[in-house]
Design a protein around this ligand. Structure first.
Ligand code: GLA
Length: 374
C-alpha cells in the first residue's frame, strides 16, 4: 500500500474501532492540452499524477453510515444534504449508486489525500472516483470504469452542483502509468498515448499559483452556457461539430468561446501526431497556442498564470499553459529535465516582485489510475 492508503486505513481503524474491509485510491490529473473541450464533445489529453485520495471503507454494523476525513479531522454523517464540504463528494457518489438501483447498505469510510485542494489538479474527481471504486468493490457491483466515471460526473453535476464535463473523473479512473490518455468526450473512447518524457530528457513542471478557485463560484457555468448557445446558433449539437469557417456567423462572447473550442480541438489532434512522432518541440508550441487561446478567447486565465507562461517562454521551455479550469489554480510547462529548478526559481522571483502569493511547484510523471489496493 502507498503511504496515503495506509493513512486512510489507519484513520478508519482509529475512528471506527476495527479495520476497513477494503481500500481504494484514485489520482488527481494534469491536463496536457484540450481545455474546455470536454463538455463540447471534443478531445482532451490528461495524465494521472502521483497525488491521490484514498478511501478506506466497510459496512456500518449499526446501520449508521459515517464519513471521516483524516485531513480535516472531521466526521460527518453519510446521510445529509449538500453543505459545501468535502463530504458532499462521497455523499453525491453514494446517492448516484442508489439512484441507479444498486443495493447500497449504509457504509463507513475514512479518507486521506495529498492532491492539492482547489488548485485545478482534480482533487474533487479523485475523492469521487476513490469513493466510487471502493463502493463498487464493497457492494460487489462490478461496474465498468467508464460507467463509474459517468456516475461520478453525475454526482458532481447533480449533488455538488458544478456542471463539469467528463474529463477529470474519466482520467482519474482510466489513465495509466507512462501514458497520457486521449479521450474523445463524445464517444467516451480513450486511447493511451505513450509519454516517454524521461527518455527524452524532459519533465512536466506544474506551478500552483495558489489563487484558489472553486468551480461553483467562477465563470465555469457561464462559459458552458456560451458554448451551448453558440452551438445552437450554428445549428450543431455540440461545438465539436463546428468548423472554423462556420464561425463567421457568430459575434461577441459566443464567437470567442467557440473559436477557442474549435481551435483547441484541432490543437489536441495535432499534439497527438506530434507526440507519436516524439516531436516535443511541436507539442510545446501547441501548448503555448492553447494558453493564448484560453487567455484571449476563452478568458479564463489570470495575471499569475500568464506570468508563469511568460517566464517559461523566456527561459526557453518547450511549452506552457494553464491547466484545468483556470481562474487561478495551476499551469504546466514542458521543460528540459535539467531546467526545472531554474524555471521554478525565476518564477518565484517574478511572483515576489509582483506581489503575488508564493507559488508551489510539482514535478509529475504520468501515474497509475484508480485502483483497489487491499
Ligand atoms: C474542470 C472540469 C472539466 C473540464 C475542465 C476544463 O476541470 O471539471 O470537466 O471542463 O475544467 O477543461
Amino acid at each position: 500500500m502507498r503511504e496515503i492508503e495506509e493513512r486512510a486505513a489507519q484513520a478508519y481503524e482509529q475512528r471506527f474501532g476495527e479495520g476497513p474491509e477494503l481500500v481504494a485510491s484514485a489520482p488527481g490529473r494534469v491536463n496536457l492540452i484540450g481545455e474546455y473541450t470536454d463538455f463540447n464533445g471534443g478531445f482532451v489529453l490528461p495524465c494521472a499524477i502521483e497525488r491521490r485520495v484514498a478511501a478506506a471503507v466497510g459496512s456500518a454494523p449499526n446501520g449508521r453510515g459515517a464519513l471521516f476525513s483524516a485531513d480535516f479531522d472531521e466526521e460527518l454523517p453519510l446521510d445529509g444534504e449538500r453543505e459545501g464540504s468535502w463530504a458532499d463528494y462521497p455523499r453525491g457518489v453514494a446517492r448516484e449508486f442508489m439512484k441507479g438501483g444498486a443495493e447500497t447498505p449504509p457504509f463507513r469510510a475514512a479518507f486521506a489525500g495529498n492532491v492539492p485542494l482547489g488548485s485545478g489538479l482534480s482533487s474533487s474527481a479523485a475523492i469521487e472516483t476513490a469513493t466510487a471504486l471502493a463502493l463498487d468493490a464493497l457492494f460487489g457491483l462490478g461496474t465498468p470504469r467508464k460507467d463509474l466515471a459517468l456516475l461520478c460526473q453525475r454526482a458532481e453535476n447533480a449533488f455538488v452542483g458544478v456542471p463539469s464535463g467528463i474529463m477529470d473523473q474519466y482520467a482519474s479512473l482510466l489513465c495509466g502509468p507512462g501514458t497520457a490518455l486521449l479521450i474523445d468526450c463524445r464517444t467516451l473512447e480513450g486511447e493511451p498515448v505513450p509519454l516517454e518524457l524521461e527518455a527524452a530528457g524532459l519533465a512536466l513542471l506544474v506551478c500552483d499559483t495558489r489563487v484558489e478557485r472553486g468551480l461553483a463560484d467562477t465563470g465555469y457555468e457561464d462559459r458552458r452556457k456560451s458554448c451551448e448557445s453558440a452551438a445552437r446558433r450554428l445549428g450543431v449539437e455540440m461545438l465539436r461539430d463546428a468548423r472554423e469557417e462556420d464561425l463567421d456567423s457568430l459575434s461577441g462572447d459566443e464567437l470567442k468561446r467557440a473559436r477557442h473550442v474549435v481551435s483547441e480541438n484541432a490543437r489536441v489532434l495535432e499534439a497527438i501526431r506530434a507526440l507519436r512522432g516524439e516531436d516535443f518541440a511541436s507539442f510545446g508550441r501547441l501548448m503555448y497556442g492553447s494558453h493564448l487561446s484560453l487567455r484571449d478567447d476563452f478568458e479564463v486565465s489570470t495575471t499569475e498564470l500568464d506570468a508563469f507562461v511568460d517566464a517559461a517562454r523566456e527561459s526557453g521551455s518547450l511549452g506552457a499553459r494553464l491547466t484545468g479550469a483556470g481562474f487561478g489554480g495551476c499551469a504546466v510547462a514542458l521543460v528540459n529535465a535539467s531546467d526545472t529548478g531554474a524555471l521554478a526559481s525565476s518564477v518565484r522571483h517574478v511572483f515576489e516582485e509582483r506581489g503575488f502569493e508564493e507559488p508551489a511547484f510539482y514535478e509529475f510523471r504520468p501515474a497509475t489510475g484508480a485502483e483497489v489496493v487491499g
